[in-house]
Design a protein around this ligand. Sequence first.
Ligand code: SF4
Length: 1004
Amino acid sequence: MRLADRASSLLAPGGPISRAMPGFEPRAAQVQMARAVAETLEQGGTLLMEAPTGCHIAGQQILMSDGTLKRVEDIRAGDLLMGPDSHPRQVLRTVRGHGPLVRIVPRKGEPFIVNIDHILSLVRIYGTRIRRRGGSRVTSTRLKGWIVDVSVREWLTWPQYRKHIHKLFRSSIEFPDRHEPLPLDPYFLGIMLGDGSMIYSATVTTADHEIISACHEAASVIGIGVRVTEKKNNAAVTVHLPRLVGGRRPSPLLRLLKQLGLRGASASTKFVPEAYKTCSRTERAQLLAGLLDTDGGLFGGVFDFISRSPALAQDTAFVARSLGLAAYIRPCQKHNQYGRGGLYYRVSISGDLSVIPCRVERKTAHPRRQIKNVMHTGFSVETAGEGEYFGFALDGDGRYLMGDFTVTHNTGKSLSYLAALGAYLTHRPDAKAVASTATITLQEQLVHKDLVVISEANGVLPVALLKGMGRYLCLLKWRGLSKELSLIPQADLESFGRWVAFTKSGDQNELPFVPSWWGEVAADHGDCLGPACSLQLQCFALRAKEAARRAQLLVTNHHLLLLYRRFAGSSTSPLPNTAPVVIDEAHHLADFATEVYGESCSDFALVALAQRLHGLAPSSKDPLHMQIDAALAVHRGVMNAIRPKGFEPMAIPALDRTLREGYLESLRRLSGDIGRREWDVIRDRSGTSANERAAILIRMLDGYTAAVQSILEPVTGTASWVEPVQQRNVKIVLRNAPIDVGGSLGGLFGEGAAPTILCSATLAAGGSFAHLKAKLGIQKARELILPPAFNYQAQMRYYLPRTPLDPKQREFTDQVASELLGLLRASEGRALVLFTSYEQLRAIAERLRGRLPYTLLVQDQGSTSQLLQRFKEDVHSVLLATARFWEGVDIVGEALSLLVICRLPFDVPTHPLAGARFEAAKARGENPFTTVAVPEAIIRLRQGVGRLIRSTSDRGVVAILDGRVLTKSFGRRFLSSIPAGPYLSSHDEVTAFLRRAAVGTARR
Ligand code: SF4
């Protein structure tokens, strides 16, 4: 059987992976991916693969681990989502796509829209039916309560009974411990939110003595008095909590309500403050009890709470759901006590209501046995056309909660490539392979979750996880740490010492938190003594490396992968060059390569090293001590000479040759003198000898000298620069990097290289891998790519002025201003105008000010987020901006209907590395304008144009005012690189298109 068939049979429905992971249902895309990886492993070459991951349509609320809600399109890598087990799930990366959508319609609860490949998490409500001997059938409890993750596409093919026994489910939640106490008793706040008035003073009208007592208790805790007045012809009383205390001072209660944002809140604007939505379970239950005791009605096992405030209704449902109760909101008409009617919101809460500690007798529910679990609900699926969807990859089991606490799942591609790798390695017991990722979380997930399944399904696979050396404890450094002289608190040292005594891996991950001084005891390539170390047999880092050498499948990170490839051929390398490599999260590879193939050091590095060197010669009279000080003095002189004046990175200034050579020579001499000195070989109480400490410091010093030399004396093909930084001890960082990263990486992907698979959810740029290939030096590769996310032909138009404007002409700025006045009236504002220089922006802003009936926002009027907020809120406003708005800005909706590019974004290569890349092109005999400037400007133009259409419902016009796109030969390259779309050439056409678009949007 071919490898691709073996890999897909592993993933087949009912196949080995399904058996090892009950509930696993492969999707077509997963099988396709596994086959593509298997074919590359068999045939060799490079595969570039963008794997689709997609979930919800824009606007879907997702519950974050801190209890806040975020719209799915606003979620970013690194965000923490709430998992159904109350533990956070980290977003590893975000993705967006375009494709068939479906509406999930729960029997109880609000419908939601997802893409058809979205994974639903379903709970099985019945066990399995088994046939007894004798033929009778019984239902066992086996599989009851199993959670099944299944794509919507697959669910649609299930038989009816199978659908019937699998339900959507919600989960109650514990939020992380809050350190601040709540300002007001939660039961009392519930009373105030339910039936209290907080507009002027604070009052509660009630007939229930339990409520009156609670008000008295709260008032006494706050330290205020209470006045109770009776109502005429009514059993109720009004409890007055005073506005002033002592006749003059404002009441602390009102201050606390103000602090919570509730002072002055009326029946239609009340809400539950965030701290009370995410407090402890007991406190949330108390809050709900206060609300329901004052304003809830208990009828037939269901609490009804009716509020005029939509926010309070939503928040009440949130609190109830977080406690494991079902809560549904329906709008309703209601007449208040004065006969005035209006729109209200009814929250119906059901489930085991005895968890709500109501104090009013008639509101107290008794424990009841649930026949049907209110947290489970059946559902149906309807088609919802095609559209854009947003999703993310998560760590852990991938399950997370939506805003209504329904549990769902993201999709994962790791099983696909691991299935292919598993099938490949089982038939080649001598072969090895590598899976590399950018983040430690994904590495842990591969080893501790996905590969466990693959091993169970496909036979045991010897796997090792190799982390960067700095993640392991260096025993020699720990023992050599001068604990008496150390500034580390004694308690920290003691608890750390207990961990050292017990740990088997020395892996930083085992620590509950990483101490700030971890660097002092972490293993490091630069100073490790290797075979010369007396502790090498116990060394955690060496043991991990040895395990990696023995493993068949090695999971590691991009840094190590590139490092071992850089120093390929080393006998100690755990990565054979012939091993196939799968590089997940491959969009980070170029950045890692710049780091690995370059050097860096800070101005503080030698100062810190000198402190440790002084430990070898503590006496200030010791010649070695004086030599260290002398070397430090030269170091300070060099650093002062290259320190930039401003805040921008700059090329390392040419140093006086004598100074530079003298500096390097002083470091080499220092290292040599330490090496020549006789050091004591007797180990002290720390278990290390002065000889060993000297050896380790020599290696550190030599490493520093080599790095600083390559920065100060850069070899051809590299660029060196200095970056100012704002840190406590570090003021500048010196760097050196290859000008052409692709050239350094070429061997990884070139002829005869081991099979390499690069995958990511966001690998392609503008629908093409071309830029990635150029950056990484990939000549030839198979490609697997998704269709473009939007229908640009329908959603977007380009506008080019009939008479092309020439930026070289003096009147260009006036012409742009005049064009803008016409265009902005045609679009009724709603425009983002992008400039390439701040001078031009200012000149245009001067010319537009006061001449448009729309708000003019200029970049220097606030931070990016403030400006974007104002721009979105004031729909007809116009925003003038430069560099930072060309990319990463997401404005969905009507507020951005016109995007104006005033000038093509040719960059002046100010960053030393960019400048060096320009010069290198010249030196290759290329025209750097054509080979560097134009491609870079095209990428930036595409990023700028990409600001306009951010969702399937967006419509708009991109106006390019720089006439060079029509008059210059390179202009064609720009126009053919941006998404194709029809052209307009008059302001009237712009108006007509935007009006049609508005009508279309209203209909939708
Ligand atoms: S071998 Fe290297 S990392 Fe390990 S204990 Fe010795 S010096 Fe530290």
